[in-house]
Design a protein around this ligand. Structure first.
Ligand code: ARG
Length: 458
């Protein structure tokens, strides 16, 4: 029997039942549903809409249902329409008629809006925690690799030398922004829809601010129609998760390249690699590839919820039930990827010697050679031309700028002196880049200190 069976004369079609039901996926927020109901009846009793005795019986019944589900003594009935119906029907079955008063002054529309918010709020907390763990892992790598040189790339072509600390610092910044997005969403969504009823509030003297406080919301929502039809926070969360995944995916792509035979910058731990069924020599970066691949499904959730919402008139419409599966999947996927990714980079080995050698090759010091000329009074544009000729000369001979003799330098520009070798050494190229945000270890150290402080102070 449905909650709403009174007005109907026929049992519904089995296929309709199945199509309409959400129990298979909304059962995951049974805790939040029960918590919301307890707050609701507590408020109803405070407002004398229920007696204290009725409240006590209902709360006790709900608490039993919760502990029985947690302990495996009560299984959620897959034939129920949704989690709200299941909890209410079980309550009535267990405590009798008084249980029928639970839904006074409430609709499933404000109830599901509340449950989803409570659930998502908890999950934002977990996502935050996982991003923080990732930040800590990145920071540790930065601390340990302040002077580990590596090539910096643009267009995937060697550009200028940087350090591992500097490269990882870029990701630290990205995930820091991701965290602040999660904080923002949590702050903006933290208003309580309970009491909005089906769409137009109720005639009972509810104390909505009291319920909001019981459930740790900052305040109650101000428009009952918006309360039951707002899913903005899910769109924001899907967008924030899509951005986290985009960052993880870029990072994965780099690790896949670095772990390849051609680069050999890093080696993934055996525990985070997989083998091939045919080629015995293989050690594949499947975890990084899967993270990169799963980014697509999180983007899918964002597109899906945006599309679902775009044509819905006020207020609640059943389309909104479609907000759940995609968002749940996106949350599970993002959480899973964050955890695994942190483990993967924490156990990854850096081949610092190979990275350093690679940084020294490919004319990554050409800009510094030009800067040397500028420091000796040559205008930058001319210096650029001179170094271009040096590079051409080296390419022809198959050598690097460091291998040229002073005579060879002087043949192209008399300005060059013996100190050119020091000016274009890898160490100088990196150490002298000390503008804020650059890889120079002295400035990087300051930045790392500010990151450490950020993570401790929260
Ligand atoms: N399962 C529904 C959902 O997820 C609950 C709300 C049902 N409300 C209604 N008016 N049928 O949206």
């Amino acid at each position: 029997m449905k909650l709403w069976g009174g007005r109907f004369t026929k049992e519904e079609n089995e296929l309709v039942n199945h199509f309409n039901a959400s129990i298979s996926f909304d059962q995951r927020f049974y805790r939040q549903d029960i918590r919301g109901s307890i707050a609701h009846v507590t408020m109803l009793a405070k407002q004398k809409i229920l007696t204290d005795e009725e409240k006590a019986q209902i709360v006790e019944g709900l608490e039993h249902i919760l502990s029985d589900v947690e302990n495996g003594l009560l299984s959620i009935d897959p034939a129920a329409e949704d989690i709200h119906s299941f909890v209410e029907a079980t309550l009535i079955e267990r405590i009798g008629d008084v249980g029928k008063k639970l839904h006074t002054g409430r609709s499933r529309n404000d109830q599901v809006a509340l449950d989803m918010k409570l659930y998502v709020r908890d999950e934002i907390g977990e996502l935050n925690f996982l991003v923080k763990e990732l930040l800590q892992a990145i920071l540790k790598i930065m601390e340990e690799n302040l002077t580990a040189y590596m090539p910096g790339f643009t267009h995937l072509q060697k550009a200028q030398p940087v350090t591992v600390a500097h490269h990882f610092g870029a990701y630290f910044e990205m995930f820091l922004r991701d965290r602040s997005r999660l904080f923002d969403i949590r702050k903006r969504m933290n208003t309580c829809p309970l009491g909005a009823g089906a769409l137009a509030g109720t005639t009972y003297p509810l104390d909505r601010e009291y319920t909001a406080a019981l459930l740790d919301f900052d305040c109650a929502t101000r428009n009952s129609m918006d309360s039951v039809s707002d899913r903005d926070y899910l769109i924001e969360l899907a967008s924030a998760m899509a951005t986290i995944m985009m960052h993880l995916s870029r990072f994965s792509e780099e690790i896949i390249l670095w772990n390849s035979n051609e680069y050999q910058f890093v080696e993934l731990d055996d525990a985070y690699s997989t083998g091939s069924s045919i080629m015995p020599q293989k050690k594949n970066p499947d975890i990084a590839e899967l993270v990169r691949g799963k980014t697509g499904r999180v983007y899918g959730a964002l597109t899906s919820i945006l599309t679902t919402m775009k044509g819905i008139p006020l207020a609640y419409n059943k389309d909104m039930q479609e907000d759940k599966e995609m968002i749940f999947d996106a949350i599970d996927t993002t959480k899973g990827c964050l955890g695994l990714f942190t483990g993967m980079i924490s156990t990854m080995k850096f081949h610092k010697d190979i990275m350093k050698k690679s940084a020294a090759k490919g004319f990554t010091n050409a800009t510094d050679a030009a800067d040397y000329l500028v420091n000796h009074g040559i205008p930058f544009r001319d210096a650029h031309g001179i170094v271009g000729r040096l590079v051409l000369y080296c390419l022809d001979k198959g050598i690097s700028l460091d291998d040229m003799s002073l005579e060879e330098y002087k043949a192209i520009s008399p300005v060059f002196e013996k100190d050119i070798y020091d000016a274009i050494s890898l160490k100088t190229c990196v150490d002298r880049r000390t503008t804020l945000g650059a890889p120079g270890p002295s400035v990087m150290e300051q930045v790392i200190k500010s990151y450490q402080k950020m993570l401790i102070e929260e």
